[in-house]
Design a binder for this molecule. Structure first.
Ligand code: NAI
Ligand code: HPV
Length: 525
């Protein structure tokens, strides 16, 4: 049974779900990086929030790991590229904490507008400084959103309810969506020039790092207020400190910092600066939602192969998973067959879907075909890593669906080109689940994929079967199944022989030397 480690403070709901689904579960929130390195090899699944750093080193140790589940949105604490190369699915829960985080941004906006934290401290210190804490009204003010995805859109809706005028800078926001949200789409400089309050809701990327820097602050209205409940690093902290000191920025409220946990920070103690310790997602409701969701998603993947909300793999629904599994196996076998006989660098791969196969979700099947194809040349590749490995090698991948009469109820074909030669294999599913090879290089054949096989290209001449049988028998290799196909009588032919043990180089050379044999390969599936 798969084993899961929860290494961050997830709601106990996650433990309950994992255990109810029959997974062995260890709940160890607050593990140090060293402790994680020591034990991670034992687990098939790792459930985290933002504290655990899933680095290259962790992934290198995690020999059994199949899935990292982030109970939350941002996966910047996971080395997703390294996870993909290691064949580990990374999934998140993109919606469960969005409302809660948007509410935190709104709370920060009120806290800034009315200086609530400072007023609270002063009042409880017995000062009653009524005139010191003059606030600003939010009604009618311009709110500038940088990023208008899930959370930004919720902030926009709430802010419109507060009678604010809302503008958004988000290159990926469509005009229709902006109109639906009642938000004015603006360019970044326009937002900087017009906004009374700016709130950030983008991921941290190369394009968004320091999107608010000293130059940007210069372009802002004097008296602007800035809220960051998205990611540390979106705002240049040193530049902001300077602007808070001069009063050009009238206040800032941050939930996230360049270095976390932020025990020290250049912004701490600056005038009108409010800080919370990455609390955006921390409500009972949100934590229950993300914990439940991540535990269900991870259990589904580990137990059924269903993939939901993965950031590095196409989705496979729970309903699709049982239907797609045999197709993925067939595609992997067809890919593995071609990969083992191709012999030189691959330029392109086409995966064709015919009959009932033309109706299925092709992406996971293509990933499985690529995984089989690349396995003979790459030490460890699976359907998570195969598409990026193919891309990295400049292999062009095409998916073709045919809507035409087909000899079989369902059929997949994998065709690989190297520039010098083309290899093409097709297969079907017997009884909807059993992979069968039905075509090798245009020659009809009907064969199962066995663990050890001999693939012989020969000429259709009398005596071939006998001499091949004797060569194998003399070497003590038992034949399990024997399948033949030929292009025409006396012409090019194919023999696929399933054997009970691996065929060594000596025996391969003997078979190759038999009369009428053109080539022979030992295949493994
Ligand atoms: N403080 C906290 O505890 C939490 C923080 N977050 C963070 O909030 C942020 C937003 O989350 P969601 O709204 O769920 O993400 P999302 O993916 O739904 O939205 C992000 C938006 O940013 C936009 N964007 C991307 N590049 C941009 C650019 N260069 N300039 C302007 N806009 C750009 C995208 O088009 C998208 O609309 C993420 O960084 C997430 O990690 C999320 C949950 C809790
Ligand atoms: O979901 C996110 O992106 C968050 O930043 C929430 O982080 P947390 O789960 O509270 O450590």
């Amino acid at each position: 049974m798969p084993k899961v480690l929860i290494s961050d403070k997830l709601s106990p709901a996650a433990v309950e779900i994992f255990r109810a689904r029959g997974l062995e579960t260890d709940f160890k929130p607050g593990l140090s990086a060293e402790e994680l390195l020591d034990i991670v090899a034992d687990y098939d699944g790792l459930a985290i929030r933002s504290a655990t750093k899933v680095t290259k080193e962790v992934l290198a140790k995690a020999k059994n790991l199949k899935v990292v589940g982030r109970a939350g949105i941002g996966v910047d604490n996971v080395d997703t590229a390294a996870a993909t190369s290691a064949g580990v699915v990374v999934m998140n829960t993109p919606f469960g904490n969005a409302i809660t985080t948007a509410e935190h941004a709104i709370a920060m906006m009120f806290a800034l507008a009315r200086q609530i934290p400072a007023a609270d401290r002063s009042t409880q210190d017995g000062k009653w400084e009524k005139s010191k804490f003059m606030g600003v009204e939010l009604t009618g003010k311009r709110l500038g959103l940088i990023g208008c995805g899930n959370i930004g859109a919720i902030v926009a809706e709430r802010a419109r309810g507060l009678k604010m005028r809302v503008a958004a800078y988000d290159p990926y926001l469509s005009d229709d969506r902006a109109a639906q949200l009642g938000v004015t789409k603006v360019e970044l400089d326009e937002l900087f020039a017009e906004a009374d309050i700016i709130t950030l809701h983008t991921p941290l990327t190369d394009a968004t790092r320091n999107i608010i820097d000293a130059g940007a602050i210069q372009k802002m209205k004097a008296g602007v207020r800035i809220i960051n409940c998205a990611r540390g690093g979106l705002v240049d902290e040193v530049a902001l400190r300077g602007a808070l000191e001069t009063g050009h920025v009238a206040g800032a409220a941050f939930d996230v910092f360049v270095e976390e946990p932020a025990k020290e920070n250049v912004l701490f103690g600056a005038p009108n600066f409010i800080a919370t310790p990455h609390l955006g997602a921390s409500t009972t409701e949100a934590q229950e939602k993300v914990a439940l969701q991540v535990a269900e998603q991870m259990s589904d993947y580990l137990l059924t192969g269903a993939v939901t909300n993965a950031v590095n793999m196409p989705s496979v629904t729970a309903e699709e998973a049982p239907l797609l599994k045999p197709y993925m196996k067939l595609a992997e076998n067809l890919g593995a067959f071609t990969g083992q006989v191709i012999g030189s660098a691959i330029k392109s791969v086409a995966i064709e879907f015919e009959g009932q196969a033309a109706e299925i979700n092709p992406a996971p099947v293509v990933a499985a075909a690529l995984s089989g194809l690349l396995k003979p040349t790459l030490a460890s590749v699976n359907m998570v890593s195969a598409p990026v490995e193919a891309q990295a090698r400049g292999i062009a991948v095409t998916t073709i669906k045919h809507d035409r009469p087909c000899d079989y109820q369902t059929m997949l074909r994998v065709t690989v080109e190297t520039g010098e030669r083309t290899r093409s294999m097709a297969g079907t599913l017997f009884a909807g689940t059993l992979p069968r090879l039905v075509d090798v290089q245009g020659i009809a054949i009907e064969a199962e994929f066995g663990d050890h096989m001999l693939y012989v290209r020969n000429y259709d001449k009398p005596g071939f079967i006998g001499s091949l049988g004797s060569a194998l028998g003399d070497a003590g290799v038992n034949i399990a199944t024997f399948h033949l196909g030929r292009r025409e009588e006396g012409g090019e032919a194919v023999a696929l022989v399933e054997v009970d043990s691996a065929v060594g180089e000596d025996l391969l050379a003997k078979v190759k030397a038999l009369p009428n044999v053109a080539r022979v390969d030992a295949l493994k599936f």
